[in-house]
Write a protein that binds this ligand. Structure first.
Ligand SMILES: N[C@@H](CCC(=O)N[C@@H](CS)C(=O)NCC(=O)O)C(=O)O
Length: 220
């Protein structure tokens, strides 16, 4: 079996890249950027008609599987390339699978748009294009899902658990951490949610994530 992941670290492609790295599965990384036209070639559009990264291609004995949508890529990798025995980040039980599915979907529906707004208007856009009003609205709205996440982590901590689905880091944490990370430039917001803040630091300190980050720096 051969896996290929298209997309760069500084994008939603980090979701499948980090998952593959955590699982320790061999994969080929094609660092396709999202700017400059590489996602609009006929070859790329044949993989993902949306013209977005990431795309995951899994060459399997029974045939090629192409996955797009970053959360689907991460969940697919965990489900089909994880051990499923609780020794890695893949769900090992129906309950863990439910956690992974619900938190991944929650992250893209409840968190992503406002977290991206924070990232862009605090950091990503040139200063003259940043909009303080948009930023203020996004930061206010984010307080609702971040309260849900913080309460969940606080309840887990009371049971001696450091992560969303229990005692170990799973793909549920990875999916949410990738999105919540975009809100980190808003330090005041993050410091209002101490459990989220500490959990995000734990997630991003993981060797698999740090390896990818270091590799991205050397790729330029
Ligand atoms: N919902 C999609 C969004 C994918 C997406 O928008 N990717 C961006 C990079 S993070 C992209 O490829 N943008 C290029 C474009 O839209 O032309 C996912 O999660 O995979």
């Amino acid at each position: 079996m051969a896996l290929t992941i298209y997309g760069i670290f500084a994008s939603r492609a980090v979701r499948p890249l980090w998952t593959a790295e955590e699982l320790g599965v061999p994969y080929t990384h094609v660092p396709t950027p999202y700017q400059g036209g590489a996602t609009r070639t006929p070859e790329f559009l044949a993989l993902n008609p949306n013209g977005h990264i990431p795309v995951l291609v899994d060459e399997r004995p029974e045939g090629r599987v192409v996955v797009w949508e970053s959360m689907a890529c991460a969940l697919y990798l965990a489900r089909h390339h994880g051990k499923g025995d609780g020794s890695d980040i893949a769900p090992a039980t129906a309950a863990e699978d439910a956690e992974a599915l619900r938190w991944a979907l929650w992250a893209v529906t409840e968190l992503e748009a406002d977290a991206l707004c924070v990232l862009m208007h605090r950091l990503g856009l040139p200063p003259e294009r940043r909009d303080a009003d948009k930023l203020a609205v996004a930061e206010k709205r984010l307080r609702v899902p971040l309260r849900v996440l913080d309460d969940h982590l606080a309840a887990a901590a009371a049971r001696g658990h450091d992560y969303l689905a229990g005692a170990r880091f799973t793909v549920a944490d990875l999916c949410v951490a990738c999105v919540a990370n975009w809100a980190r430039p808003s330090q005041e917001l993050m410091h209002s949610f101490e459990h989220v803040h500490a959990w995000l630091q734990r997630c991003h300190a993981r060797p698999a994530y740090q390896r990818l980050k270091a590799a991205a720096k050397t790729q330029g």
